[in-house]
Write a protein that binds this ligand. Structure first.
Ligand code: SAM
Length: 282
C-alpha cells in the first residue's frame, strides 16, 4: 500500500501531498514533534509539528537567499545573528563570506540541530567553522539585551504560532533594530502573500513601524503552502537591490557552487507585482 504524507495549510483549505518511501526519524522534543521522512519527489523532508521545514530538493533556494542578500550589500559585515534556523542551512551559506567574524545561531530546540546533523549533513556542514556559535535559547529572550551588536540579523522561524509567534511582533522588530549596527539589515521569512494565512499586511506594518527601509524578495518554495514565498528585507541605510561593487566582483571570482543566488536574480527578485506591493505597503 502506498503511504502518503499530507500537510494541510493553516486554515486547512489546501494541502501538500507527497508519497513517502520511509519514515527515518520520529521524536517528541521538549518543544515540538520532529520527523524526517524519505520521499520520492522531495528527497529527505524535515517536519516540525507536522509542518514541512526543509526538503533536499529546494532548501538551497531559501538558504542562499537569506545567506547572500545581506552579505552582498554589506561587504564589511562582521557579526551575524540567525534566530531559528536549526537545520543550519543559512549558516552553511554565511560561512562562505570571509568578512564575517562571528555567526551566532540562536535556535530554541537543540534537538532540531542534532537531527539535522544526522539526516541533512549537507545543510549542517558550516557548523564546524570556528566563527559559528550555537546557543539553544528562545530568540525572543536572547534579543532583549543586544545593543548595537550585529550587522545582519536573520529570522529563520517557523510560522507565527506558539513559541514562534513572538518573532513577528513590532516589539520584537524594535529589539532587532536596537541589536543592529547603524548599517544593519534584518531578513525574515514572511509567508505566502496570496494565500495570506497569517496576515502579511500586519507583519509588514510592524516592520515599517520600526525600520526606515522595508522591502521584500519573492521566490518559489515547493514545500510551503502555495509555493510563492516572501522574504522580508528591513534596513537602516541600504536599499534591497544596492549590491556593493566590491562584493559583486568578489562573487564573480569565487566558485561558491550556488544553485539559486546570483546578482541579476538579486536585483530582479525585489521588483514586486502589484498585489504584493499593495499588501506589503511597498
Ligand atoms: N525555513 C523554515 C520554514 O520557513 O519553515 C524554518 C526552518 S527552521 C528549522 C525554524 C526553526 O525555528 C525551528 O527549528 C524552531 O525550533 C525555531 N524557532 C521557532 N521559534 C523560535 C524562537 N522563539 N527562538 C528560537 N528559535 C525558534
Amino acid at each position: 500500500v502506498d503511504s502518503w504524507f499530507e500537510e494541510k495549510s493553516y486554515h486547512k483549505q489546501l494541502a501538500l501531498r507527497v508519497k513517502i518511501k520511509s519514515v527515518l526519524h520520529e521524536e517528541q522534543s521538549q518543544w515540538q514533534k520532529i520527523e524526517v521522512l524519505d520521499t520520492h519527489a522531495l528527497g529527505k523532508l524535515l517536519l516540525l509539528d507536522g509542518k514541512t521545514m526543509v526538503s533536499q530538493v529546494d532548501e538551497f533556494i531559501y538558504h542562499e537567499i537569506m545567506g547572500h542578500i545581506p552579505n552582498m550589500i554589506l561587504p564589511h559585515a562582521k557579526k551575524v545573528l540567525i534566530i531559528g534556523g536549526g537545520d543550519c542551512g543559512i549558516v552553511r551559506e554565511m560561512v562562505k563570506h570571509p568578512n564575517l567574524e562571528q555567526i551566532d545561531l540562536v535556535e530554541i530546540d537543540e534537538r532540531v540541530v542534532e537531527v539535522a546533523k544526522k539526516y541533512f549533513p549537507e545543510c549542517t556542514s558550516g557548523m564546524s567553522d570556528p566563527r559559528v556559535n550555537l546557543k539553544c535559547i528562545d530568540g525572543v529572550k536572547f534579543i532583549e539585551n543586544q545593543k548595537n551588536q550585529y550587522d545582519i540579523v536573520i529570522i529563520d522561524s517557523t510560522d507565527p504560532e506558539g513559541f514562534a509567534e513572538g518573532l513577528f511582533s513590532a516589539e520584537f522588530y524594535q529589539k532587532v533594530y536596537d541589536s543592529l549596527t547603524d548599517e544593519g539589515i534584518m531578513m525574515n521569512q514572511t509567508e505566502n502573500p496570496i494565500l495570506d494565512e497569517f496576515g502579511i499586511e500586519k507583519i509588514y506594518h510592524h516592520m515599517r513601524s520600526v525600520f526606515p527601509i522595508v522591502d521584500a524578495f519573492t521566490a518559489p518554495m515547493i514545500i510551503y503552502p502555495g509555493v510563492y514565498w516572501t522574504f522580508g528585507f528591513s534596513s537602516k541605510k541600504y536599499k534591497a537591490a544596492q549590491l556593493h561593487p566590491d562584493k559583486e566582483s568578489w562573487l564573480a571570482e569565487q566558485n561558491l557552487n550556488l544553485k539559486w543566488y546570483n546578482s541579476d536574480w538579486h536585483r530582479g527578485a525585489n521588483k514586486l507585482p502589484n498585489l504584493v506591493k499593495s499588501k506589503l505597503g511597498i
